[in-house]
Design a protein around this ligand. Structure first.
Ligand code: ASP
Length: 349
């Protein structure tokens, strides 16, 4: 895997290209599980191993589906559903809390060949927001639905609905309480149906903060027919207020796909929205820039200059790439003929 590692004022930009030119070999998959200030020594060995294991399972699941000839849209949905069910990630179960003490989930998906897309924002009872985003794309005349209307649509399709407390995890709750205290806001009541309180290590909370709410998930896959699909799912940012929506459900900002390029982003959405990060990367590539040059321009230069933090995983004609200006990003890629690559820190492939 080709690597580029350079210091920039706001941190480190790291990017890598897939080990093989896969233009003729068919499928490819790349995914992320969030970016942030994840440094060696921050995590105990068991926690690090658990993240690596989850990323490994996810990338193998996606790669095996694609190898079996499954469509990219199905592979992306299946892998994101798996990550939404894993409480380590800030998507589905394990999502961060709003300052009001509930989980509001955002997700989107886009198919490159016909540039069809679906997105949902602020849903509170849909177990798998990515499946609802897909349903918006395939079964509604719209591209983006939000809050109660999106939930009504989910109910009409008999997608799985859960109580909001299904998404509850103690560490995300504790992290929101800490942030709400810092903001001088009232601490919301513990949600009905949440489990009995458990103690949380302060060190674990510090890490979560630096991980920056951490654990948004995104997958970009190309199937054997050449179809590229990108999808993203998140709980957003800790203690978000006033119905805040980030980049993850915004087509062009957090998720984008064309017939030649697919992107899923993670980071502070306010920057990714204004820079239109996902679409901008594809536009640069389609205008003839190499993926490394496009990532350098959008992540290293523009995002960093704006003060934004985060990263992307992308799939271009020559295979998967990633870039981030944070210390780390949970990430994995796989192309035929190689072994899956699973990485966390900026100094890894
Ligand atoms: N991009 C997400 C948002 O701003 C958060 C993240 O990726 O960590 O909602």
């Amino acid at each position: 895997m080709r690597r580029l590692l350079m210091s920039v004022c706001a941190g480190v930009l790291a990017s890598g290209a897939a080990m093989a030119q896969d233009e003729t070999e068919g499928w490819a998959i790349v995914l992320h599980g969030g970016a942030g200030v994840i440094e060696r020594g921050d995590m105990d060995a068991d926690t690090e191993a658990a993240y690596r294991e989850a990323l490994d399972v996810a990338i193998r699941m996606g790669g095996e589906l694609l190898d079996d000839g499954v469509a990219a849209i199905d592979a992306v949905e299946a892998v994101i559903r798996y990550l939404e069910d894993d409480p380590k990630f800030n998507a589905g179960r394990g999502a961060v809390f709003t300052s009001g003490g509930r989980n509001e989930l955002d997700s989107s998906i886009m198919r490159g060949s016909d540039m069809q897309a679906g997105a949902v924002a602020g849903v509170t009872t849909v177990r798998h927001p990515i499946s609802l985003a897909r349903a918006v794309m395939e079964r509604s005349p719209h591209v983006m639905l939000q809050s109660e209307g999106a939930e009504e649509f989910a109910a009409s399709l008999e997608l799985e609905l859960v109580d909001n407390s299904y998404f509850f995890t103690e560490r995300r709750w504790a992290s929101m309480v800490r942030k709400v205290r810092e903001l001088g806001l009232p601490i919301p009541p513990r949600p009905e149906g949440a489990p009995e309180p458990e103690p949380i290590r302060e060190g674990a909370l510090d890490l979560m903060e630096r991980e920056h709410a951490f654990g948004t998930v995104g997958v970009v896959a190309r199937d054997r027919s050449g179809e590229i699909v990108a999808g993203t799912s998140t709980g957003g940012t800790t203690a978000k207020r006033w119905g805040r929506v980030g980049d993850s459900p915004i087509i062009g900002a957090g998720t984008y796909a064309t017939s030649e390029c697919g992107v899923s982003a993670t980071g502070t959405g306010e920057y990714f929205i204004r820079l239109n990060v996902a679409a901008r990367i594809c536009t640069y590539i389609e205008a003839g820039q190499t993926p490394d040059d496009a990532l350098e321009a959008v992540i290293s230069r523009d995002l960093t200059a704006m003060g934004g933090d985060g990263g992307v995983v992308i799939l271009a004609a020559d295979g998967p790439h990633w870039a981030f200006n944070t210390a780390g990003m949970y990430r994995a890629s796989w192309t035929p003929g190689g072994e899956p690559v699973v990485s966390i820190y900026g100094d890894e492939d």
